[in-house]
Write a protein that binds this ligand. Structure first.
Ligand SMILES: Cc1cc2nc3c(=O)[nH]c(=O)nc-3n(C[C@H](O)[C@H](O)[C@H](O)COP(=O)(O)OP(=O)(O)OC[C@H]3O[C@@H](n4cnc5c(N)ncnc54)[C@H](O)[C@@H]3O)c2cc1C
Length: 526
């Protein structure tokens, strides 16, 4: 090894032991590679002893996937360069290292300014074209803009706009990934396919990884549960959503999309959850330019009301007295013509009235500043819940909120939300729900008041996992499975398919080093 890349763990690196799930792990050593070559050297050094390796991006994940359970922690946040730009058939593709943070990526794309040191001539030529082309953007928006692209790819992140643009998956067109033994796979969309469920993948070092894909059928819903597998699949997709278990992503190519000329938002207030579901379903089928349809239940609005009253950074939140005791649905509209946006706004008003809301009390955002206020509002919900739980941690240091991430197919939204409400009431839990109602994907967040409620919340989620699976849904729609949802994955796919997944992982990672505890419960890994 050229320099000391693997450092013994000490308290200085305490931040590397946790992610936004607020779970805390432990580690023996850490590393902060700056290049693919350093990643390779580190993995190579750890491979012989079979040391467990937990890969991290920005640690904003909510499934404890980046939380180490001993062994080594590799933080890829220092690999944060944009390394090139490509233009093909009028589209632009940006090549980035995995540690590029979404917020910075957005700024660079919006300003069309990149640090071009080391860029090829072809990239510089593409940049000239990019600067004169209509504006572009990277659509994936997992709410938390400090997330890194590598982490977003590894858990197939989605967020609000996945209603229109899908998860991050279709926006990744190429990647490089270093395997546990230091070999590299380089994949470009459209180049390497499975034959049925069999695959054979060359490594850059002249090796081959060959074997069979698991035989389960993925749900027809928004899904980030376990490996993406399908007959004849593009093998690039295997690495997207692999939860840090197959290799370390070292480079990604992102397809940029033309920025819509109009981006407006409208928040509508409705009497209750059922009315909100009906409204969301109507918006989904009638408003063609809806890019996001997001939900806030009465509990979420209540928490925001309390935070606003406390008068800190949340004092700037819009006045929530308009909401009454009801729920709210936010719709983001993306289109190119004002006429279309105006017609969509009118439809939203009509649908709100039909569902028992009042169009006149809605919030409409037409300018960037107004849109920013609504974004702040959306982000404030999980932030407020986290700070409420932080207060409870003073009495119960290991308490965490229990956030669900399950999705169901179209037509099952009313049924699943009814089941959530009924069982939450039976348990007497405090909770707040919000999220991606347009995708039938609502995050129910139970806020346990003590450790007994904490344990019961976990049990309730297991019951929900079974019901959602029966409905044809997914136990994780966007946060990935990580460690916290591994038991639900077994419920969703069953033991036999979990064994197949583990066999697949062994083909890439024979010593089961990477992402230990993710996807598979630890005892399964022996
Ligand atoms: C307030 C808040 C709101 C959120 N809302 C959403 C939302 O709406 N939608 C959504 O999808 N997510 C949401 N998230 C979750 C989170 O932001 C995303 O999951 C994000 O994609 C994680 O990125 P990260 O860089 O922080 O990854 P990390 O947490 O660091 O890691 C996540 C996973 O990726 C793996 N990984 C990281 N880097 C690499 C790499 N280079 N190679 C291989 N594996 C790697 C890790 O091992 C781990 O398995 C939210 C989080 C917060 C805090």
């Amino acid at each position: 090894m050229d320099k000391q890349l693997i450092l013994p763990y000490c308290d200085l690196y305490a931040a590397c032991l946790r992610d936004e799930s607020r779970t805390v792990g432990h580690a023996d050593s850490v590393s902060f590679p700056r290049s693919e070559d350093e990643v390779r050297q580190i993995l190579h050094a750890l491979h012989e002893a079979g040391t467990p390796v937990t890969v991290q991006g920005a640690r904003t994940g909510l499934a404890a996937a980046a939380v180490p359970r001993g062994g080594h922690v590799m933080t890829t946040g220092g690999m944060d360069r944009v390394t090139g730009l490509r233009q093909e058939n009028g589209r632009f593709y940006l090549t980035v290292q995995p540690g590029v943070v979404l917020l910075n990526l957005r700024k660079m794309i919006a300003k069309r300014e990149f640090d071009t040191a080391g860029w090829s001539e072809a990239s510089l030529t593409a940049l000239e074209a990019f600067r004169t082309a209509p504006a572009h953007f990277f659509p994936t928006d997992p709410t938390e803009t400090t997330a890194a692209i590598g982490g977003m790819t590894a858990c197939n992140a989605s967020g609000a706009r996945s209603f229109r643009y899908g998860p991050v998956r279709p926006h990744i067109t190429a990647l490089r990934c270093v395997l546990a033994d230091g070999q590299t796979v380089a994949l470009r969309r459209g180049q390497h396919f499975a034959q049925g469920l069999h695959f054979s993948l060359p490594t850059a070092e002249g090796g081959t990884v060959e074997g069979d894909l698991p035989s389960y059928t993925m749900p027809r819903t928004k899904n980030a549960s376990g490996y993406y597998v399908a007959p004849d699949m593009d093998l690039l997709d295997l690495f997207i959503g692999s939860d840090g278990t197959l290799g370390v992503l070292t480079e990604l190519e992102l397809a940029l999309s033309p920025l819509p000329r109009i981006s407006w938002g409208a928040t509508v207030f409705l009497p209750d959850e059922e009315a909100a579901c009906r409204y969301a379903e109507a918006v989904r089928s009638q408003v063609k330019c809806a890019a996001a349809i997001e939900y806030f239940d009465p509990g979420a609005l209540d928490i925001l009301r309390q935070r606003k009253a406390q008068g800190d950074v949340f004092a700037t939140l819009p006045d929530l007295t308009v909401a009454g005791d009801g729920a709210a649905v936010f719709t983001e509209l993306h289109c190119d013509h004002r006429k279309e946006a105006m017609a969509a706004l009118a439809t939203l008003g009509t649908l709100a009235e039909q569902c028992g809301g009042c169009a006149d009390r809605s919030w409409v955002a037409r300018t960037e500043t107004e849109n920013e206020t609504l974004r702040h509002f959306r982000h404030a919900v999980p932030e407020s819940v986290n700070s409420l739980i932080d207060q409870r941690k003073q009495a119960y240091p290991t308490i965490t909120k229990k956030g669900s991430d399950m999705s169901v197919p179209d037509g099952r939204l009313l049924e699943v939300t009814d089941m959530y409400r009924r069982t939450l009431a039976e348990e007497g839990f405090q909770y707040a729900s919000w999220g991606h109602i347009g995708n039938n994907h609502i995050h129910v967040n139970i806020l346990p008041r003590d450790m007994d409620e904490h344990a019961r919340a976990k049990e309730l989620f297991r019951r929900w996992a079974a019901v959602v699976t029966q409905m044809g849904g997914a136990v994780s729609a966007e946060h990935g499975v990580g460690k916290l949802k591994a038991p639900f994955l077994t419920i969703m796919y069953g033991e036999a398919h979990i064994r197949q997944m583990r066999q697949l992982k062994r083909l890439f990672d024979p010593k089961m080093q990477l992402g230990r505890g993710n996807l598979f419960a630890v005892e399964d890994e022996a």
